[in-house]
Design a protein around this ligand. Structure first.
Ligand SMILES: [Fe+2]
Length: 243
């Protein structure tokens, strides 16, 4: 079985449509939160997730939209974009967002979460020290997460060493039975690892291989929509930078 893993779409429907072409033939799609926020087409992105019958978890941007997380948690640009997003989502989309769980733990013997298993919508796993603490906090073997917008993995090897692997240019990772894994498949709609290409992954459950892919999409179209919408201009420029 092949499963597509998408995270941090962030209202970027241009990037999502491009990734959608790549995942047309997979059996299942999992979306690891932050479908909305920053980008100019949040409604379209939510409707794509619903139409795909994707399994999805709550991100911090969804939690802000439903009032579960205070806007004071966010930087001023993100908070401004969230207010804009709240005004541009239908009641259908809001109801869908409200229905999202914090964690999925009953699919493919893995944990699926936006931030981390111990703080599902808040914690950033962005360093081997944090990864080690997260490994120690919960007994999972395999966890897929998002939130940092960096395509990378942390592997706790049998020796006790935590290895960090970058997927800045994509790449494959074999899942071994005696190691433990924290895997971030990167961001579809706002990558921040100095590569502006959309990022996502395909998990081949028979071969036990996760392949992170990076694809070009029409960044100027997504940027222009942000500039025309009245969202903060920086949100358009950062797409070109991949930061
Ligand atoms: Fe995000």
């Amino acid at each position: 079985m092949k499963v597509a893993i998408l995270a941090d779409i962030h209202g970027n429907f241009d990037a999502l449509e491009r990734v959608s072409e790549e995942v047309e033939k997979v059996e299942d799609v999992v979306v690891l939160g932050d479908i909305i926020g920053y980008g100019a087409e949040p409604e379209e992105c939510v409707r794509w997730v619903v139409k795909k019958k994707a399994k999805a978890v709550l991100g911090n941007h969804e939690a802000a939209c439903t009032g579960e997380l205070s806007l004071s948690w966010f930087n001023p640009r993100a908070a401004k974009a969230l207010l804009w997003t709240q005004e541009h989502l239908s009641s259908f989309a809001i109801r869908f967002i409200q229905s999202l769980p914090l964690v999925i733990s009953d699919f493919l013997q893995a944990l699926w979460v936006h931030g981390s298993p111990r703080q599902p919508i808040e914690e950033y796993i962005d360093h081997p020290f944090v990864a080690r603490e997260v490994f120690e906090s919960s007994p999972f073997s395999l966890c897929f997460f998002g939130h940092t917008h960096q395509a990378e993995a942390y592997v706790l090897e049998k020796s006790g060493r935590v290895e960090r692997i970058s997927f800045r240019e994509g790449g494959k990772l074999g899942i071994l039975p005696d190691s433990r894994y924290l895997i971030n498949c990167g961001s579809v709609g706002q990558p921040r690892d100095d590569n502006p290409q959309a990022s996502f992954a395909i998990f081949d459950t028979e071969k036990k291989v996760v392949e992170v892919k990076r694809v070009d999409y029409d960044i100027s179209s997504a940027s222009l929509k942000i500039l025309r919408s009245g969202l903060p201009e920086y949100l358009a420029y950062r797409l070109e930078l991949g930061r």
